[in-house]
Ligand binder design. Sequence first.
Ligand code: PML
Length: 246
Amino acid sequence: MLYSIKIRTSLKEKHISGAERIVSKEKIPNVVKALLKRQEHKDFDFSNVKIEKISQKPIILGKSLKIKTYKFENYKEALGFALNIISAKTNLPLETAKKFINLLYIGASPDKNNMRGAMIVNEKGERLEKDKFRGVRTVLVDFKNREIITKKLLEKGYTERTVDALALATKNLNYKNLIAEFCISDDNDYTTGYLAIDGKYIRLKPLKPYGLDKGGRIYFVKNNTNVDELYNYLEKIPVLIEDINE
Ligand code: PML
């Protein structure tokens, strides 16, 4: 039997960190301890740990997306590179793709804060989220053996964030109608972002200016996407990934 452990931590009502693990019952105490340890030096005033039995059998994916890293002189060049690919693959005019992506840099929620989850945009340039403050959240995803995968990725020079984001993007792109994901971190000192597309997780360095506390994700989807099905897959169906694609 598998359990999902989710931790969400905030300071002055602002989300500062969150993580999810999917583990067997006997691992719960150690994993909760490790998650709490990650935030021992962080200033926070609220932290919520939720442990939930997963009733549904997880989808097992053999391999993650393939990681590529590209370096640029500045974030505008990286953004231009990403926009060209997105526009070509989604048929969205460059200016339309740019209009949505720019929202992430200024706060995509109607109140100009970061959205709590991702924005969804189809090939006609329509936004499909049910709630524009919340967006859609990809949850219930992990590597089958996170310790081994984390060790492998850190040895190759990637970060803990790569581990989490690679798992999430791999679940996302496994959905038949999800064409691409664009992401910039909402952490002001983490400037590496990524574009996940065509089986690849393309890290772009830097994809935002240092010091900017705005960020988020956009999922670009096909026109025939059924929004309820997409939400159900991203929020309710567990996915476990066996290995990275080397
Ligand atoms: C990477 O280094 O692979 C990019 C990770 C982006 C993480 C986004 C986030 O933590 O919010």
